[in-house]
Design a protein. Structure first.
Length: 227
């Protein structure tokens, strides 16, 4: 009789355990729904943290506790930042500093020497800036047109290639051969003196070598005489 009672108690306990497991199983959501719920919770927590951090930084920035430099949020701010960097001579991460370049300006049938301060960076950019200063001086002396520009600059060993726009060629065509030779001498001497190891300058007009187009021969590289 006692054994039957024990057996009954065991079966009763087993039934109770099974019923409890069924109840727990029924109370849990399916696995896919639980995964989605956990992912959603993580996203919500991340969003709240990001938003709270941004709000805190804005509050601190307004109180001048934290200053965020070079951080932009609109296209106008981006343009202002680029303009600021360009004015400071920052190009593609290249640090710039102002240095003096020697100019040999066409003047009174010869060339006169002077110096010009330029915010220096890449060699190609420096060449364009120096030529721009030379054009300004040459235009004041009546040798060149003001709208002359260097379109491209590249170097091959000791030869420096200067690709000008059409106004450069027109300037040479408007003056006599002697004055055109002075212009070329001023350019070559300026380039050789400032941009080692350059010893020769090759002129191009909008990507082409001009042949028989001016009072001086531009189809060959120009260099200073050895004397």
């Amino acid at each position: 009789m006692e054994q039957e009672k024990d057996q009954f108690d065991i079966e009763k306990e087993v039934l109770k355990t099974r019923k409890k497991r069924r109840s727990e199983s029924a109370s849990k959501a399916p696995l896919p729904f639980r995964i989605i719920a956990w992912i959603s919770l993580v996203i919500v927590c991340f969003g709240m943290g990001y938003g709270g951090t941004s709000l805190a930084l804005k509050v601190l920035a307004k109180k001048d506790i934290v200053v965020q430099e070079d951080v932009v949020s609109t296209s106008m701010e981006t343009a202002e930042l680029i303009s600021k960097e360009n004015s400071q001579g920052v190009s593609a991460g290249i640090p710039a500093k102002k240095i003096l370049f020697n100019l040999y300006v066409p003047s009174n049938g010869g060339v006169s020497s002077r110096q010009v301060p330029i915010l220096s960076g890449l060699m190609e950019d420096d060449v364009k800036k120096v030529i721009s200063s030379l054009v300004t001086e040459g235009a004041s002396a009546g040798y060149l047109q003001k709208d002359i520009e260097v379109l491209h600059v590249f170097r091959n060993g000791e030869i420096l290639y200067l690709d000008f726009n059409q106004p450069f060629l027109r300037s040479l065509q408007k003056i006599e051969k002697e004055r055109a030779a002075v212009v070329m001498t001023s350019i070559v001497r300026t380039m050789v003196d400032n941009f080692s190891p350059v010893t020769k300058v090759r002129i191009m007009i909008e990507g082409r070598v001009p042949v028989g187009a001016g009072p001086v021969d531009l189809s060959v590289p120009w260099q200073l005489s050895s004397s």
